[in-house]
Design a protein around this ligand. Sequence first.
Ligand SMILES: Nc1ncnc2c1ncn2[C@@H]1O[C@H](COP(=O)(O)OP(=O)(O)OP(=O)(O)O)[C@@H](O)[C@H]1O
Length: 407
Amino acid sequence: MSHSPSLPDRPRLDLDPEMSDGERLEAIRKHFRRIVQVNEELERRLEDAETQRDQLQDDVDELKRENEVLKTSSLYIASVEEHTDEGVVIKQHGNNQEVLTETATSVNGDLEPGDRVAINDSFAIQTVLDDETDARAQAMEVDASPDVTYADIGGIDEQIREVREAVEDPLENPEAFETVGVEPPSGVLLHGPPGTGKTMLAKAVANESDATFIKMAGSELVRKFIGEGSRLVRDLFELAADREPAVIFIDEIDAVASKRTDSKTSGDAEVQRTMMQLLSEMDGFDDRGEIRIMAATNRFDMLDEAILRPGRFDRLIEVPKPDAAARERILEIHTEDMNVADDLDLSGLVADLEEFSGADLASLATEAGMFAIRDGRTEVTRADFADAVEKLDSAEEAADRNIHYQY
Ligand SMILES: Nc1ncnc2c1ncn2[C@@H]1O[C@H](COP(=O)(O)OP(=O)(O)OP(=O)(O)O)[C@@H](O)[C@H]1O
């Protein structure tokens, strides 16, 4: 530690008894000026010290925060079972182990049975979590009647046919399967590059079969606390049972069902547990006439084969990037309600757009419309589309420099 420079000496007043009154007065005046000077110097030093103290306090606060984060990272989830004089009985999610534990002082004493809490490695309760429905709401999207129809989807007619057969028919006519004595496919897996209409397809089939659409994002399942993923999977199937007929759609299923990696970090173990829960839900799901399960992935190559076994995702449907005819149909759909110029030649326009997905074509139509609006026109022209292509191309190039997408 550095020492601060020594403080100025305390001024002394030396009065000689021989001095005349005038001399004394002058000496006192001098002494006074010196005191004022020293006082100023001391005030300046005090200010410096205060600034330094504030800086150190900021450092302390920052370290305290870091310490809190370190202490609270990697928490497990449990439910409060009972509040007794000896402590709180909790049950861990995931392994259902019951533990008698204590609460951290920051958590107040009025825990209720059923509350969700986060516990640390020594089972001490660190925080009380929000209501479970919040976690559900974040991870799931529930739509009683999605508004997408088959007519909104372009260029994947064969895939629509297959999905109808595997999802819509068993929902609408379960007896036919029973009479003939065949089991409908358990789960339908849509795979293909991003933005090709997989989610649309799942929504449309739910809509056209009058089923509730329940979507769960795989990435949400793995971002939660330990024990939460498997719990959400259970919730998902319970919710579907409450709302049947229902279509469960698990997007980005690769997030929970990738090939096992070698690393044994707790995160991987947690993902494994979530996947096992999903598999067990699917395996234990015999009478599933009223609930159909769909999933989607952009990373088919990464999937763990366990989820593709018979009785699980046993109907695979590839949704590829659109070819020229499909691109034309998709752009036709997205320009249907637009006021486009008569000379717009859609087939010529899409011929070169080989890299464009359905989602890109939807953005293209919107961007072209924006160019017309910016220009104060009510009609969207061929030039607007050309400008939009250029804009999307350069955005794509910028993105490509950062992301190396593989499929
Ligand atoms: N085949 C298509 N026909 C019409 N529009 C499409 C098609 N494919 C994609 N789109 C447009 O792109 C948007 C995104 O598509 P969607 O979410 O279904 O893609 P996805 O395959 O599920 O993508 P991701 O893998 O990124 O989730 C849709 O809302 C729609 O506007």
